[in-house]
Design a protein around this ligand. Structure first.
Ligand code: FE2
Length: 282
């Protein structure tokens, strides 16, 4: 359960940090499993960089990933000739977006009673896990993530998305930790949405974002094992990771079961909105 101090910080600032949510052995298990997934990932199955219609293929690969386990490369992982600059395991940006349902190791970690209890503490009645991502933020080439609010990507009516982000390595300014604007979840109304066009396998944004600058944000430096819980309207970002250290994290996104989840949200699952966390706790 969330302490009263954490609860009021979450309400006031839009985020809070739970120290040592994951143990050292859990971290080791998750990291080893992610490494295995990346080892098994056959690059030839993704011809993104060898076809003429590479953008279309990339869009399709991404759009179909809501209920699959797929690997995505860092943008700067390739040279001019589209060869990997470094090892495959140091080139993957993230694995998404259904690790929590399809991979037994991530499933066991994701559906813990303590996660469910934390979700209730921040106001959920019947939380569903809609998305999970293993983020590598690779040394030297880990791409920046521009300022955004997650409810743009996981929109519900009423809004109900929140991120449960677990550091699997110490995350500091040096290796591109999260940055955010305390209070932004109430300060900035979010009308922006990230939609899919099913006919064309395309995505598009609607609405506008403010012109947030990461230099005006606050770094959220945490230790390996700490969890950052943040509201879907909390404005956050991360810089490029130019350091020699990776910054692995595992993030689970929750929504409320009774909230309406539109069919034009970019992320679709089959079947969607059926897995209540309560029913999945082992
Ligand atoms: Fe985000």
């Amino acid at each position: 359960m969330l302490s009263e101090k954490n609860k009021s910080k979450y309400k006031k600032d839009g985020y809070t940090v739970i120290p040592q949510y994951a143990s050292a052995s859990q971290i080791e298990i998750l990291r080893a499993e992610a490494e295995r997934i990346i080892d098994d990932f056959d690059m030839r199955s993704v011809s993104i960089f060898t076809t003429d219609n590479q953008t279309d293929f990339a869009d399709q690969y991404f759009l179909e990933s809501g209920d699959k386990i797929r690997c995505f490369f860092e943008e700067n992982a390739f040279d001019d000739k589209q060869h990997l600059i470094t090892d495959k395991k140091l080139s993957i940006n993230k694995i998404g977006h259904a690790l929590h349902d399809l991979n037994p190791v991530f499933k066991a970690f994701s559906y813990q009673r303590k996660l469910y209890d934390l979700a209730l503490s921040v106001g959920y009645v019947n939380p569903l896990m809609i998305q999970s991502m293993y983020i590598c933020k690779q040394p030297g080439i880990g791409g920046a993530v521009h300022a955004h609010q997650d409810s743009t990507f996981l929109y519900t009516e009423p809004k109900s998305c929140a991120g449960f982000w677990v550091a699997l390595e110490d995350a500091s300014i040096e290796n591109a930790c999260l940055w955010g604007i305390p209070g932004s979840h109430t300060q900035y109304k979010n009308d922006r949405r990230y939609l899919r066009n099913n006919d064309a396998y395309k995505t598009e944004f609607t609405g506008e974002w403010e012109n947030w600058n990461i230099e005006d944000m606050m770094p959220i430096e945490v230790k390996a094992g700490d969890m950052v819980i943040f509201d879907g309207n909390f404005v956050h970002a991360s810089k490029e990771n130019l350091s020699a250290k990776s910054r692995h994290a595992y993030v689970m996104h929750l929504i409320e079961a009774d909230a309406y989840y539109p069919k034009d949200n970019w992320l679709q699952r089959d079947p969607i909105n059926t897995q209540s966390i309560k029913d999945c706790i082992t």
